[in-house]
Write a protein that binds this ligand. Structure first.
Ligand SMILES: NC(=O)c1ccc[n+]([C@@H]2O[C@H](COP(=O)([O-])OP(=O)(O)OC[C@H]3O[C@@H](n4cnc5c(N)ncnc54)[C@H](OP(=O)(O)O)[C@@H]3O)[C@@H](O)[C@H]2O)c1
Length: 293
């Protein structure tokens, strides 16, 4: 028997990390949780972890047919109650110097992190409108959607754009009482960092050494900084998502983590000062030939 006292929610990208934490947190709070995953193994793991209470849905957010199928499945299982919340969480990070990032990889970054949340939102809006309680769209942004670090240009671009879409949607959907919030975590301890390192090494392996060499000190610094398990637990984010969905007046933005607040301070500095401070934290890079230093 499905638990649906609090209403129904769909979370995309729920196999690991923040999405998984949201699924387990919201099911514990009495929601009927539909969790988007991309493999039967992840589906089984999530079902086991939730004692069978989470309903998994095969959902690659870049696949229009899978989005349509998910709408049909969820419509059939919500008995006309609609959807109380959509958590657009699925995401990837494509790092690298913008000079050498393959454009196809950048395109994929925008496809998964920016365009797909909008495609999923478009498809689920009819169900969100049917909710008897105020419906909420939660977009999993990032503090990187407010502040850009070198080597994270594509990721930041995708999250800045998601912030813009959230701002537009919040006003466009206000006549229907649909609330739109953007979550802005700092560093959270999830597998995204390991995945990012692995995929960037693979991606940069195809770039010629001559083009990569000037950036190598930066790449080495990021590799040394990104450690498995760094950051605060994803459950912290899940609790904020739960609050945003259930409170009477959700905020437009929720910043999570001390590091994220630190970056918020930097955002308000004049650009020249911010750039100078960021450069201070970086090793020398670029053309390091003695005559050009
Ligand atoms: N971790 C952080 O420090 C941090 C900070 C700020 C914001 N965020 C954001 O939080 C969200 C979740 O990330 P996470 O840190 O929890 O990382 P994660 O554990 O790697 O989770 C990412 C999730 O997205 C899914 N995904 C990737 N591509 C997808 C696609 N095409 N269709 C459907 N699902 C897809 C992954 O599924 P598979 O397992 O099938 O690949 C996984 O479930 C992302 O939007 C990320 O940008 C993370």
């Amino acid at each position: 028997m499905m638990n649906n006292q609090a209403g129904s929610v769909l979370i995309t990208g729920a196999s690991t990390g923040i999405g998984r934490a949201c699924a387990l947190h919201l099911v514990a709070r009495g929601f009927q949780v539909f969790a988007g995953v991309r493999s039967p193994e992840h589906a089984e793991q999530l079902r086991l972890a939730s004692g069978g209470r989470v309903t998994t849905v095969m959902l690659d957010v870049t696949d229009a047919a899978q989005i349509d199928a998910a709408v049909a499945t969820i419509r059939a299982q919500t008995n006309g109650q609609g959807l109380r919340a959509l958590v657009n969480n699925a995401g990837i990070a494509v790092p690298g110097p913008l000079e050498v990032v393959p454009i196809e990889a950048f395109r994929r970054q925008l496809e998964v992190n920016t365009l797909s949340p909008i495609a999923v939102t478009q498809a689920f809006l009819p169900l969100l409108r049917e909710s008897s309680r105020p419906a909420t769209i939660v977009n999993m942004g990032s503090i990187s959607g407010r502040f850009t670090h070198p080597l994270f240009g594509p990721y930041s671009a995708s999250k800045f754009a998601l912030e813009a879409c959230s701002d537009a949607l919040r006003i466009e959907l206000s006549p229907w009482g649909i609330r739109v919030v953007c979550i802005e975590p700092g560093i959270i301890a999830t597998p995204i960092w390991d995945k990012t390192l692995a995929s960037s090494l693979q991606m940069l392996a195809d770039v010629s050494q001559a083009r990569l060499a000037p950036y190598q000190p930066l790449i080495d610094m990021v590799k040394a900084t990104v450690k498995p398990g760094m950051g605060i637990p994803p459950e912290r984010v899940a609790r904020v998502v739960g609050q945003a969905i259930t409170c009477r007046r959700p905020r437009a933005r929720y910043v999570i983590g001390l590091d994220a607040y630190g970056q918020l301070v930097l955002i308000h500095l004049p650009t020249w000062l911010r750039d100078w401070l960021v450069r201070l934290a970086l090793p020398p890079f670029g053309d390091l030939a003695p005559s050009k230093k």
